[in-house]
Design a protein around this ligand. Structure first.
Ligand SMILES: *Cc1c(COP(=O)(O)O)cnc(C)c1O
Length: 443
């Protein structure tokens, strides 16, 4: 036992000391103590090796590092990857978070009048200018936006939804369950593949609160299908005095056809169709922070604002700071590629090819393969676009190599296809290339 190396010897080891900035000294001491404790429990067999013990300490510290929130490199080719934090933020949005987060701000204060001001005002004017909506509101996420609307207008009343739109998206957002949770009654109309405006009309009763359209974010129905045009449903809504709400989810403000994707219904189109309230996410195709945006009729938004639930769903100052800057980027079309999502979407294949060549040059046995990248994140069901990946066939197998990449200093999330390890370059930032290349070289 006395042959166990001293704690200080580990603390002084530069490979271990390097973790201090990341996980803190307490974590380092704890990892050393646990390692020594484990060593004491097994019978001594030929002496303790400092090298073997410090390797264990380093393994522990790496795990401790992943207990924190750490940046990763996204080699999956899925641009809005829910598990990897969806949309990366623009530099201007990050700057605003830093500026506003570091001190006090006029979050709810009218500086000119010297009195209480509106938390939402600045974001709302930008949303209205961009979408053509009369009014708007911002909450925590799109699920919260839907919940707030249902809670405000549809408690113990009917919400009429086409059966083909009763979606489940990732993370437990299952529309029938959200409806149930809010206390609204779901009335399904139509068949799975076909629904007509007459189906909505027949379902009407004195208990009807809303007509609801939901964007099927992650699937399409093809073949023998019939959908009700939004305008048709709006016309029925006007005739019967029932508001039409539409959960767009992805919240495209631009025509994605510009980026070689299928056209996605935009927020502006939904507002122009006369939909009374539209809901969408801040961190999908908007390319901003997690938030739920509600845009539409001023009278209905005014009622949402009086719901006490809004207090529980309200957004914080950092989100608002980032959202406002993101919306300001949208207000100036020439700034679009400041949003990392659109920079990735707009990257030409030639640029990816040049980067792929640099990888291939640095890596023995690497191949460049054509792949498909996806918008992802429950945003665009057919959001596939061409991309390039670096492919490796590591000797120990792709899955072991993927594990090794995940557990590097900067975790890299790769894709495995046909037993090969792929790193899709569309979702890897050019500034991350040297790190990715160095990690691949170790394989
Ligand atoms: C993604 C999505 C949501 C949920 O959005 P969050 O911002 O993740 O809460 C709701 N509805 C639709 C149609 C979606 O695509």
């Amino acid at each position: 036992m006395r042959q166990l190396p001293a704690v200080n010897r580990f603390l002084d080891d530069p490979r271990i000391a390097a973790f201090e900035a990341i996980v803190g000294r307490e974590n380092i001491k704890r990892s050393i103590a646990q390692t020594l404790e484990d060593a004491r429990r097994v019978p001594l067999n030929g002496g303790y090796s400092f090298e073997a013990l410090s390797a264990t300490v380093i393994e522990r510290l790496k795990s401790a590092q992943y207990d924190l929130l750490v940046p990763v490199i996204n080699g999956t080719g899925i641009l809005l990857h829910t598990n990897l934090g969806r949309a990366p933020l623009a530099a201007a949005a990050l700057g605003a978070m830093q500026r506003i987060g570091a001190g006090y701000s006029n979050l709810e204060y009218d500086v000119e009048r010297g009195e209480r001001g509106s938390r939402y005002g600045r974001a709302v004017s930008l949303i209205c200018a961009l979408t053509g909506a009369e009014s708007a509101l911002v909450v925590n996420n799109c699920a919260a936006a839907v919940l707030l609307i249902l809670d405000t207008f549809a408690k113990k009343r009917d919400v009429i939804v086409a059966r083909s739109q009763l979606i489940e998206i990732g993370g437990g957002f299952r529309l029938p369950e959200v409806l149930e949770q809010s206390g609204a009654r779901l009335v399904e109309v139509g068949a799975t593949n076909k629904v007509y405006v007459e189906d909505y009309e027949r379902a009407l009763s004195a208990h009807c609160a809303l007509f609801m359209r939901v964007h099927p974010s992650n699937y399409t129905i093809a073949g023998f299908v019939h959908e009700v045009e939004p305008k048709e449903l709006v016309a029925l809504g006007r005739r019967t005095g029932i508001p039409v709400i539409e959960d767009l989810g992805s919240g495209a403000l631009a025509d994605l056809a510009e980026y070689g994707l299928a056209h996605e219904r935009t927020v502006q189109e939904a507002i122009a169709d006369g939909v009374d309230l539209v809901t969408f996410s801040g961190d999908k195709l908007l390319g901003g922070p997690q938030a739920g945006i509600i845009a539409g009729s001023a009278a209905l938004v005014a009622r949402l604002r009086t719901n006490p639930l809004l207090r529980a769903l309200r957004v914080d100052k950092l989100t608002l700071a980032a959202l406002i800057e993101t919306l300001r980027i949208w207000s100036a079309p020439e700034r679009r590629t400041e949003l990392p999502l659109y920079a990735m979407l707009a990257t030409p294949m030639e640029t990816l090819r040049e980067r792929a060549n640099a990888y291939a040059k640095a890596l023995k046995g690497a191949a460049i393969v054509e792949t498909t990248a996806y918008a992802g994140g429950g945003s665009v069901p057919q959001g596939a676009l061409p991309s390039l990946a670096v492919a490796l066939d590591p000797s120990g197998g792709a899955s072991a190599a993927a594990g090794k990449l995940r557990k590097g200093d900067r975790p890299i999330i790769a894709r495995i296809e046909d037993a090969r390890l792929l790193l899709d370059l569309r979702t890897i930032q050019p500034s991350e290339d040297p790190i990715a290349i160095a990690a691949l070289q170790t394989l």
